[in-house]
Design a protein around this ligand. Structure first.
Ligand SMILES: Nc1ncnc2c1ncn2[C@@H]1O[C@H](COP(=O)(O)OP(=O)(O)O)[C@@H](O)[C@H]1O
Ligand SMILES: [Mg+2]
Length: 313
């Protein structure tokens, strides 16, 4: 057991290579009990490798992981009793029904028959899956499959829940159900680590680690990450956002340009100085009368600014 006030998860100097590929490079972080800690970064950043090491299914080359007071490398089987891991591709049995899948995992985790009934009822209801109990898992929609994966992962009562991109490909309604369950778990003291490619989800986390090239580049609360973003952010509505982006990229004082739907976000070194310059510049590029206004950064702006990638989307 973790002592009161002690971190539920402690990671120190964790590294893993696959041949020449250094998938994870000396990362470290602490997660307090009841936090939702987000691992965010582009494909290949090392999110899944980190998750698998936390889940005690992959041996680190170096470093230390302590989960709920248990040294994961020394006692992987004991650590597994404290955690539940939902891999990026969760292993559902497509030719079993929803209920049968849940009971399979209940058996695996040694959950008693009476407890499994009441728990699965409650979880299925929260996931909006109660009326699909008898449906074959293979016939569920993508979002329903992910929610069933979560129900299976929660059929025992983990202290630590590890979710690797749990909502990728899940529709917005199902994602809302999913997050409602996560918030309930957090209320009951479960510590959650999840990786996500969705910026709105990153924003919901207590703290975020921005992973890039296997290393943690930044780690803080979403709001402090936003504050740490260099420069000032301007928003410009545009009928031709791509054309406007091309006109702005690389110009003096322009630190970054990001397309946000029908607006262009421009990060500049000095808003007061650059706004008049940008007016003139855009005018000369066939964008007369552009409305340029300071705007609050979203977490996506922060990513692009801090990781320096993704501006071409
Ligand atoms: N089993 C493996 N064998 C070889 N290379 C791997 C393996 N798992 C991951 N990698 C490599 O490690 C890097 C990090 O991968 P991964 O942890 O899956 O990133 P993410 O989940 O952030 O997309 C990538 O370059 C990937 O190709
Ligand atoms: Mg992954």
């Amino acid at each position: 057991m973790a002592a009161p006030g002690e971190a539920a998860i402690r990671v120190h100097g964790l590294s893993k290579s696959f041949g020449q590929v250094q998938a994870v490079r000396a990362i470290g972080f602490d997660v307090s009990q009841g936090e939702i800690f987000g691992l965010v970064g582009p494909d290949g950043a090392g999110k899944t490798t980190t998750m698998r090491m936390l889940a005690a299914v992959l041996q680190p080359d170096e470093g230390e992981i302590v989960i709920d007071g248990v040294d994961v490398a020394a006692e992987p089987e004991l650590a597994k009793l404290h955690l539940s891991y939902m891999p990026q591709r969760f292993g559902l049995y497509e030719d079993l029904t929803v209920s049968e899948n849940i009971f399979f995992y209940a058996e695996l985790f040694g959950v008693s028959r009476s407890e499994r009934m009441s728990r699965s009822e409650r979880l299925l209801s929260a996931a909006g899956l109660l009326s699909f109990r008898r449906r074959l898992a293979g016939q569920l929609s993508g979002g329903m499959k992910q929610k069933l994966g979560l129900v299976c992962a929660l059929i025992h009562t983990p202290k630590v829940l590890l979710l690797d991109e749990p909502t990728t490909g899940v529709d917005p309604v199902s994602r809302r159900d999913f997050w409602a369950i996560l918030y309930d778990l957090r209320e009951s003291g479960v510590t959650i680590v999840l990786s996500t490619a969705y910026m709105d989800e990153a924003e919901r986390c207590s703290r975020l680690a921005l992973l890039h090239g296997g290393a943690i580049r930044h780690c803080d609360t979403p709001s402090r990450l936003k504050e740490s973003m260099p420069g000032a952010l301007l928003a410009i509505p545009a009928a031709d956002p791509r054309g406007m982006r091309d006109a702005l990229v690389g110009k003096p004082g322009v630190l970054g340009v990001l397309l946000m739907g029908d607006r262009v976000h421009v990060r500049v070194d000095d808003a007061a100085k650059r706004i008049p310059e940008l007016h003139a510049l855009l005018e000369g590029h066939g964008f007369p009368g552009a409305v340029i206004e300071p705007t609050e950064p979203g977490i996506e702006d922060v990513f692009v600014a801090l990781l320096g990638q993704g501006s071409a989307s």
